[in-house]
Design a protein around this ligand. Sequence first.
Ligand SMILES: Cc1cc2nc3c(=O)[nH]c(=O)nc-3n(C[C@H](O)[C@H](O)[C@H](O)COP(=O)(O)OP(=O)(O)OC[C@H]3O[C@@H](n4cnc5c(N)ncnc54)[C@H](O)[C@@H]3O)c2cc1C
Length: 312
Amino acid sequence: MAYRFLIVGAGVAGASAAARLAPLGATLVLEAEDQPGYHATGRSAATYIDTYGAPTVCAATRASRSFFWSPPQGFADHALVRPIPELCLARPEQADALAAHLATHPDLRPLGAAEIRRMCPILRSEVDWSGALNDRVAELDVDAILQGYLKLARAAGADLVTGARVAALAPRPGGGWRVATAAGGFEADVVVNAAGAWAGEVGRLAGLGDLGLTPLRRTAIRIDPAMRAEQVRRVAHRWAGLRTFAPDRVPVVGMDPRADGFFWLAGQGGYGIQTSPALSETAAALINEGRLPQALRAEGVSEADLGPGRFL
Ligand SMILES: Cc1cc2nc3c(=O)[nH]c(=O)nc-3n(C[C@H](O)[C@H](O)[C@H](O)COP(=O)(O)OP(=O)(O)OC[C@H]3O[C@@H](n4cnc5c(N)ncnc54)[C@H](O)[C@@H]3O)c2cc1C
């Protein structure tokens, strides 16, 4: 069957792109696993931190804020965010890095050792901590966000096929792409590569290389609250997942200049959930109008900052 848009991957990147593209034309999402969100999206630490990452990433995070705090009607039946302040800590030998962080984000509140220990009594008392408090941070309900995007996409007519790992991609004579999967063959005018840790592999399948996209393993731990350092005796929960980075640690969002109709939406690193509203809006605006949405332009971001051309 022929579609206008074919999205490879049903993590947060593919699902959010489907929600934005489906109103513009027939949209298909192909997912290798039996369910959406099984890989990086299901393993995130679920936080929104607007001071995390390179300036372009911070801009995309800020441009995503209003979506999470005021999602579209019917997106979810409860709040997507739970505000929770972030305490950024530095040991004495990290004081220069903290000073640079505070200079980049002057609205953060610097904290001294006594205040830090009062807020977080489990820290070692012999260390002379310094730090910064960010009270705009929130926990995100990632499952509600993913399901909300999929709901929007389905409501606009998108199809989702699971168990459909893309194994081959070939340009169609006259434009567009033919895609082969275990679940059959499909055609589309535009392929959106939102394959997370496999985005480089999908690029190679299309004959375009991997742009240097590299999946890196990240382990997260969660400990139970405790009143003193000695009381932290066990890790309550520990998990790992792959965060995929472009060489400059900024996501790759843009049409490949070498191949008409091949669009990259990859390399979201450790920020793919918190930037998903702005980056999916960017994908749809670039595909449909060839320019960034106003929210990112207002932040001073250009097409070149995000596009794949910076690695070619
Ligand atoms: C430990 C950890 C903590 C993190 N914490 C945060 C955080 O606090 N905040 C934040 O914003 N981000 C965080 N992240 C990053 C975030 O999880 C990712 O940036 C985001 O989930 C990437 O989404 P994605 O859709 O690109 O990738 P994925 O969720 O991996 O989705 C890609 C999908 O593509 C499918 N696929 C791959 N190849 C094919 C193929 N050939 N055919 C069909 N389908 C294919 C895969 O099966 C997968 O479902 C964290 C990540 C990790 C690992």
